[in-house]
Design a protein around this ligand. Structure first.
Ligand code: KIV
Ligand code: ZN
Length: 500
């Protein structure tokens, strides 16, 4: 059985999804989850692109054990030096450098000849190798590059010391058969001298198909993202490629090191942090991926699961919602459950989450794993709280003007305000806006129920924009208006923290 490496680029290409930017703490949370998931390489960012990216790569290198930590770098001296500074303390480190090779890019964007591009690529791979043994090179827009020239570049960068050559379908143009043939030709040229990687975009909906075709033709690494997020239509979806290999091991005779039971948790975390929802019919992680509606299918399933199920929901970490804790559960049971769920929290974080759990147990009879995950992620992604919600009472209904009376702590001082609006959320938001004097615009407002039932925790995600800066906020509560207020205040705190 051939091993296929998983190179996760959720924190780099994934972050290039419109509106998906993440702060350093959020990136650390995702990186830790990626390590639990068992990815081989984490592309933690593009060190030279911003101080935030640099800091995130550095902290991930310091704090996350297991995967190789990688930074992207253009084929430029300053980029490679900055990438090295960012990854140098990581236990396992890689520099990933790239240069376009297609005539379209060379002529119109970079205005350099093929010879110059080749020379620079080789020089920069050598420079990166002077810092670190593990160097990856990508000929950008490879699938629209003349194949003879592409083979020449790949051969030269491998000779210069690249241990991995990554073939990007930058604009999502390739067809599976065609891409497979390209990978086969590269394999024939470089043999076992370097690992062939692929990086496919999903503009024609073929990123996963192209990646699988590449694996069949000799690729040993796939670059992908959780939920398939990424530039434009996104990247190859990790969960789809991993579960294809696992489910059809008989066909591919290849598999990954991924602990598939961590897939659903990774998917939910990325949705929560980026604010990008997963479509219900998305393969593997969509809400309907394991839901059987047709009577004939349900009948078959009751008789024998394999009649209509090619994968077990448990294999991606989905459990039939499990009752875990209740009103009378103590700290020990809570701590033990956190450990089983793979969370490593400080004693203060455990205590604060435990207080919230008790509060929730007063409102809701059954506490599920999903509820605990929501409480915990509130804990670990805490933002300095300039604004705090201290009390909220709302009146609304048919033929009644919605009205909200709110109490907030602003830098420790209690402030009260009442407002009316088009609905209870609108009234609440107007009251908050008048206390905080925010000039931000609400870009997105989404409500989701965690677990089922009318007493379920409701989660609200909002996205705000102020002076070109975006911030997302989350809030969860059994009262959906309170959840909405918490989400708005969370986003306002993030904007305030950024201003500082
Ligand atoms: O899509 C692309 O070509 C990239 C490269 C930087 C690998 O993201
Ligand atoms: Zn890309």
């Amino acid at each position: 059985m051939r091993a296929v490496r998983i190179f996760d680029t959720t924190l780099r290409d994934g972050e290039q999804s419109p509106g998906a930017s993440m702060n350093v703490d959020e990136k650390i949370q995702i990186a830790k989850q990626l390590a639990r998931l068992g990815v081989d390489v984490i592309e933690a960012g593009f060190a030279i692109s911003s101080q935030g990216d640099f800091d995130a790569i550095k902290r991930i290198g310091d704090e996350v054990e297991g995967p190789v930590i990688c930074s992207l770098a253009r084929a430029k001296e300053e980029d490679i030096k900055r990438a090295w500074e960012a990854v140098r303390n990581a236990r396992k480190k890689r520099i990933h450098t790239f240069h376009s090779t297609s005539d379209i890019h060379l002529k119109y964007q970079f205005k350099v000849s093929r010879e110059e591009a080749l020379k620079r690529s080789v020089e920069m791979v050598k420079l990166a190798r002077s810092f670190v043994d593990d160097v990856e090179f990508s000929p950008m827009d490879a699938t629209r590059t003349d194949v003879g020239y592409l083979l020449e570049v790949v051969d030269a960068v491998v000779d210069a010391g690249a241990g991995t050559v990554n073939i990007p379908d930058t604009v999502g143009y390739a067809m599976p058969d065609e891409f497979g043939k390209m990978i086969k030709a590269i394999k024939e040229r470089i043999g076992g001298r370097a690992v062939i990687s692929v990086h496919c975009h999903n503009d024609l909906g073929l990123a996963v198909a192209n990646s699988l075709s590449a694996i069949s033709n000799g690729a040993g690494q796939v670059e992908c993202t959780i939920n398939g997020i990424g530039e434009r239509a996104g990247n190859c979806s990790m969960e789809e490629v991993v579960m294809s290999l696992r489910t059809r091991r008989d066909f591919f005779d290849a598999d990954t090191n991924i602990n598939t039971e961590e897939i659903i948790r990774s998917s939910r975390l990325v949705t929560k942090i980026t604010g990008i929802p997963v479509q219900p019919n998305k393969a593997i992680v969509g809400a309907n991926a394991f839901a059987h509606e047709s009577g004939i299918h349900q009948d078959g399933l009751l008789k024998e699961k394999t009649t209509y199920e090619i994968m077990r929901p448990e294999s991606i970490g989905l459990q039939s919602t499990k009752l875990v804790l209740g009103k009378h559960s103590g700290r020990h049971a809570f701590k033990a459950r956190l450990k089983e769920l793979g969370y490593d929290l400080t004693p203060e974080e455990i205590e604060s989450a435990f207080v919230k759990l008790k509060h929730l147990a007063d409102q809701k009879k059954h506490i599920f794993d999903e509820d605990i995950e929501t409480l915990v992620s509130e804990e670990v992604s805490k933002t300095p709280e300039i604004y705090q919600l201290a009390g909220l009472s709302v009146s609304s209904g048919m033929k009644k003007e919605p009205k909200a009376a709110i109490r907030m702590k602003v830098k420790g001082k209690v402030v009260r305000k009442t407002a009316t609006g088009d609905g209870p959320v609108d009234a609440t938001y107007k009251a908050i806006a008048s206390i905080t004097k925010t000039k931000s615009k609400l870009l997105k407002f989404e409500v989701k129920g965690i677990t089922g039932g009318t007493d379920a925790l409701g989660e609200v995600m909002v996205s705000l924009e102020e002076n070109g800066k975006n911030a997302r906020g989350n809030g969860a509560d059994t009262d959906i208006i309170v959840a909405a207020a918490k989400a708005y205040i969370n986003a306002l705190n993030k904007l305030a923290a950024r201003k500082k």
